[in-house]
Design a protein around this ligand. Structure first.
Ligand SMILES: [Zn+2]
Length: 121
């Protein structure tokens, strides 16, 4: 499965997830799809597995301080969802102890990504 592929999250990844979590107080996690170019598509998810807000795009290209998010040429010409997803998962904020149980995490993951979903430990 795609999850075995090494996908480097950008330094902005966690900050970007926290922005989404702050924008949607009902969000308990952030579902993401990592693309082969290093970019990611993210969306807040509620405890009832509902998507919160629009799908947001995080460029994997290095960001210059004070500049806008750099454009990824690969993503500029497609939306990244056609066969370029190399990793999918959910970002859970807080420490390990603060996260929902693994059963609930997998339940939410499966409703978002499909029945094959199994969280990496
Ligand atoms: Zn890209």
């Amino acid at each position: 499965m795609a999850q075995k592929t090494n996908w480097q999250v950008s330094n902005d990844f966690e900050a970007f997830c926290m922005e989404i979590l702050n924008a949607y107080p009902e969000a308990i996690g952030v579902a993401y799809k990592g693309l082969d170019c290093g970019c990611a598509l993210l969306c807040g998810v509620s405890a009832g597995s509902q998507p919160l807000g629009p799908l947001r795009y995080l460029s994997g290209q290095p960001r210059q301080p004070g500049r806008r998010q750099p454009i990824c040429l690969k993503c500029k010409f497609d939306d990244g969802l056609r066969g370029r997803v190399v990793r999918e998962g959910i970002f859970w904020p807080g420490t390990r102890d603060e996260r929902p149980d693994i059963e609930l995490r997998n339940l939410i993951g499966r409703s978002v990504f499909g029945t094959h979903y199994e969280e990496e430990t």
